[in-house]
Design a protein around this ligand. Structure first.
Ligand code: ASP
Length: 403
């Protein structure tokens, strides 16, 4: 009997954890396998976005329809991110994980000194100066911007641009085939990534930060297991239990790679193949979601900022907490979809409420492990969003192939 890829990935995670625990530091030899897997995924991201977005947007037909999908998508992104941050803030106020924590601020200053994107630069950066430079530098947002324009122009030009629709459709099909091949390697890649991560992690670092980690994890858990499933039921009319089975490979890959961008090819594959979301919707909602919709990251940044305030004995007024809520949302939009990105944009939140940037040093030790969980939630949020928008667009979702 051949196991489904999602089952294979599940087993790979368990085996990876066991291998990491048993082999300890010597698992480092497996690093090459995990690295190659991530490189394969990253190799396909830009061609995937370009091909699928152009063919998807061109098939929408009318630019007004695109506007409607866009509006629904953005309302969903913003609402879910704010809900996530709200849950995080309530929890951090209840659990008070930072009160009484001994300040240990080793590497924080250096981290805080890294280049932080300003809001203006995030906005101007959306428009590419040079498409090919943006592609070469793996800059997703400018590629999305150009693909949107190209798709819209193809559909507006109509008859004369018809050959281009065929071309991009074919290109998209071919790229999806490559994604499919890469997906078959996912169990191996996920196994290696998990083993290396567990093997290299010292468990001792977790203890002093246990309550802080609990606050983040409970918050992520509530968002992933209550808020999003509820929205999925009400607006997507989709069973969350079936849905997690359908997109499990994507969520598990997000967990082990800690990168929403690297996971994008698998997320798209799962949604189109297993749930039946059209390329038209997924090619728009998912790349944008991977770069801009990061519920887990926003929640994490808010909890971390409050934790730092508590550790430094700084009282945060309700007004300041509202500023944290807004800036954490902004910071999550600005964060790159790569491992550890939240640590960099966190500076935006800390600066907005005058908290010491060195505080970041306190949470560095457990960032990677929390990154895995928040990235899984980010991808889960993008997936739910794609299903909800697809349903609102009148698509019939349900089991297609089941893999
Ligand atoms: N690793 C996260 C992602 O790719 C971003 C972050 O929270 O650091 O979605």
């Amino acid at each position: 009997m051949k196991l489904k890829i999602s089952t294979q990935i599940f087993i790979a995670i368990i085996l990876g954890i066991i291998a990491g625990l048993v082999l300890g530091q010597s698992v480092v030899h497996l690093k090459i396998v995990g690295d190659m897997f991530i490189r394969l995924l990253r190799m396909i991201i830009i061609p995937l976005i370009f091909a699928s977005m152009v063919s998807g947007i061109a098939s929408i037909g009318n630019v007004r329809n695109l506007g409607r999908i866009g509006l629904r998508t953005f309302v969903y992104y913003l609402a879910t991110t704010l809900l996530a941050v709200g849950v995080g803030l309530i929890l951090v106020n209840l659990l008070k994980p930072g009160v009484g924590v001994a300040l240990a601020v080793e590497a924080g200053v250096e981290q805080a000194g890294r280049e932080v994107p300003s809001v203006v630069s995030i906005l101007t950066g959306i428009v590419p100066e040079n498409l090919f430079a943006a592609m070469a530098e793996d800059k997703v947002l400018p590629v999305i911007f150009f693909s949107l324009m190209l798709g819209a122009a193809i559909s507006t030009v109509g008859e004369r641009a018809r050959p281009l629709i065929g071309l991009f459709d074919a290109f998209n099909g071919v790229i999806m085939k490559i994604t499919d091949w890469i997906m078959r390697l996912a169990p191996l890649g996920v196994f290696a990534l998990m083993a290396v991560m567990i093997g290299q992690m010292g468990l001792a670092v977790i203890k002093p930060l246990a309550v802080y980690m609990a606050a983040v994890l409970v918050g992520l858990g509530i968002h992933a297991c209550l808020t999003l499933p509820l929205l999925l039921i009400v607006f997507g009319k989709y069973s969350p239990v079936k849905f997690i089975r359908d997109v499990f490979s994507a969520v598990a890959t997000a967990f082990s790679t800690a990168s929403s961008a690297a996971t994008l090819p698998i997320t798209k594959d799962c949604l189109e193949t297993n749930t039946g979301v059209s390329n038209k919707v997924s090619s728009f909602v998912l790349p944008l979601g991977a770069t801009m919709n990061m519920d887990g990251t926003a929640l994490y940044e808010a909890v971390a900022a409050m934790f730092i305030a508590q550790a430094y004995g700084i009282d945060m007024t309700l007004g300041q907490q509202l500023v944290v809520m807004l800036t954490a949302t902004l910071a999550s939009i600005g964060a790159a979809a790569i491992p550890g990105a939240a640590l960099i944009t966190m500076v935006i939140v800390l600066r907005a409420v005058n908290l010491p940037l060195e505080g970041i040093g306190m949470i560095l030790a457990v960032d990677r492990i929390l990154d895995m969980f928040r990235t899984a939630v980010n991808v889960w949020g993008d997936s739910c969003g794609a299903a909800i928008v697809a349903r609102m667009e009148g698509e019939h979702l349900g089991s297609v192939e089941g893999r």
